[in-house]
Design a protein around this ligand. Sequence first.
Ligand SMILES: NC(=O)c1ccc[n+]([C@@H]2O[C@H](COP(=O)([O-])OP(=O)(O)OC[C@H]3O[C@@H](n4cnc5c(N)ncnc54)[C@H](OP(=O)(O)O)[C@@H]3O)[C@@H](O)[C@H]2O)c1
Length: 269
Amino acid sequence: MVDKVNFAARYGQWAIVAGASEGLGAAYAQELASRGLNLVLVARRSEVLQSFASQLSEKYEIQTKIIVVDLSKSDSAEQIAQNTNELEIGLMIYNAAFSAIGPFLERSLADHFKEIHTNIHAPLKLVYLLGQRMLAQGHGGILLMSSLSAFHGSAYISTYSATKAFNILLAEGLWEEWREQGVDVLVCVSGAVKTPGYVASEPQQTGGLGDMTMNPDQVVLEALNALGKQPYVIPGRVNRLAGFVMRHLLPRKAVIQFMGRVLRGKYIE
Ligand SMILES: NC(=O)c1ccc[n+]([C@@H]2O[C@H](COP(=O)([O-])OP(=O)(O)OC[C@H]3O[C@@H](n4cnc5c(N)ncnc54)[C@H](OP(=O)(O)O)[C@@H]3O)[C@@H](O)[C@H]2O)c1
């Protein structure tokens, strides 16, 4: 494991967390602050971000900067890149996502495109713009968030899971392309995590999977510990086992049907 001092040397001086105001993004920010990195916190809610940034600066004696931007908008990545031009960005975590749950045709086409903009366009542009800077400075890390639902087609969240599959393949390819040049790329393929966003979308019934949700802090620690060692990580033993069974033991068709039943039970019926 890279210790905290080495972590700051490798991924400092500044980290960007895109989607940092709550849930997993806030947990990433907290952990990075405790490791001594200065932080650029990105989200839409200005007051929440400002107060979180002040807390972190005071508690960990780090510098913080907030960028209030909607990552579903087409120029959001450019805004972030321009506003951080003067900073040495050693780490970029793309955590924000939009997920439209429900029967495909009952969601508007605009919602499907919002998923593409937030979950594909913005991270791709940020990886491009910041990857250039990291390669030029000879060090850096990029962490993209994905989901176990991206290992196969997932009914009722099919566009979301497709966008998350894009992130897995993008990160894996760049891990191989950039690892000899000092830039580590990782995708965190997460199962369910108790974040405000997840809890708000979660109906009472569990839909047959039981309570497999993890705490954000656990996910963050496993992800940061995997950075620089491997192209992807699935946090949590149960999730790793589920991922292995779904990808390697069961026929793909059976997994798609099983997950369809689970999601139907959870969100539709
Ligand atoms: N939670 C889970 O169970 C789970 C499971 C698998 C994968 N994941 C992945 O983990 C990541 C985080 O999940 P989460 O549940 O913590 O997410 P979330 O609660 O939906 O949002 C996380 C953060 O992103 C920001 N954000 C959302 N949309 C934004 C936008 N358009 N522009 C700017 N900021 C935006 C939110 O802040 P503002 O509202 O202030 O903008 C918030 O700080 C996502 O990539 C998700 O796909 C989560």
